[in-house]
Design a protein around this ligand. Sequence first.
Ligand SMILES: Cc1cc2nc3c(=O)[nH]c(=O)nc-3n(C[C@H](O)[C@H](O)[C@H](O)COP(=O)(O)OP(=O)(O)OC[C@H]3O[C@@H](n4cnc5c(N)ncnc54)[C@H](O)[C@@H]3O)c2cc1C
Length: 389
Amino acid sequence: MKTQVAIVGAGPAGTLLSLILKQRGIDSVVIERQTKDYVLGRIRAGVLEWTSVEILRAAGIGDRLDAEGHRHDSVKISWRAQDILSIDFERLTGKPMMSYGQTKVQEDLYAAAEREGINIVFGASDVEIHDVTTNSPSISCVVDGEQERIECDYVAGCDGQHGVSRRTIPSELKSEFEMSYPFGWLGILSETPPLPYLIYANHENGFALCSERNPMLSRYYVQCPLEDTVEDWSDDRFWSELTERLPSSVASELVTGPSIEKSIAPLRSYVVEPMQYGRMFLAGDAAHIVPPTGAKGLNLAIADVHYLSEAFDAHYGGGDSTKLDGYSETALRRVWSSVRFSWWMTVLLHRFPDQTPFEQRMREEDLAYLTRSEAAQRSVAEQYVGLDL
Ligand SMILES: Cc1cc2nc3c(=O)[nH]c(=O)nc-3n(C[C@H](O)[C@H](O)[C@H](O)COP(=O)(O)OP(=O)(O)OC[C@H]3O[C@@H](n4cnc5c(N)ncnc54)[C@H](O)[C@@H]3O)c2cc1C
């Protein structure tokens, strides 16, 4: 096979990139390790920045998002199960957020890719990237037992945190920045009506978050020790712990029910620099990971794809490679800003096993300042809804 851009990974980043490139007349082939059903079965992010909504709309997949997504204009933060602060994004920044699950985004992307006739090769194994420092890179893989090779002009590494693309960059040419947090998030999905608002809680037992997917699907999280397994957490234990971490006025509004999904995710911040090597460009989780506090992971992947597709468009459409050359620098500015915000939210709202009473007072003072100061709320709101591209 021969194509202009070979894309490794058909998650949100890879599929969206192929779709935008197709609309700009640029040919691509997408290589995905998993089956389509497997990718669609992953339960992950659910909150979109308004910029992401606009990028998805411009890519032609806004219809269901607009019909089924739920706009939310504010977020609440509670602490000590007593005080509640509400940050009104719409009033402070003029922008709302949109609740719309990653599973639906992925379904919409695959449906659009199919309509556009984009070639996504599922179930590819032994994927390897070759010769990205030459003018003729290629990708080799095994599909249905047959060895395949895709020759291309460029490679887009959109293969997530455990893919091959990042590993293709020699270690002496990359810098990695990392922080692992000493706790995880236990998340459940339940087919119950969500609270009418999104609320983050800082409590002496740990963090909690009440979020939503749609009017009959709720997503809840509690901070838990990294050693815990889902077997340690019956539904009863989960609901009782969540209720305890929330102010009683909020807990009394909770509608509980059986969980339909339950998982534990570790929390980590990670960035690799640069996000390009020769003719290969990294986008999404292949280049960075943020803890889910602040809902930036999927949004950053969408922003990377925006910058990268603009760069390919300028190169193929106008012969101008300046944006391709500067892709890593451009994308990393937004990446670091979101990494910092997610880290700050995580530190503010969680209980660390070895934290001192002084550190807890500092968190409480941050929350008190946020309550008193509209300028502080505007700063948080601006970062939460996402800076302009
Ligand atoms: C459990 C969990 C919960 C999350 N919750 C949130 C949240 O609440 N909010 C938020 O904003 N973000 C969240 N995220 C992060 C968000 O889901 C990711 O940022 C987003 O999926 C990034 O998209 P991506 O396309 O870059 O990577 P991915 O979605 O990981 O897609 C990469 C694709 O590449 C494929 N691949 C991997 N290796 C290869 C290979 N060698 N060859 C070919 N294909 C390969 C993978 O199968 C996958 O389909 C969560 C992530 C996880 C894991």
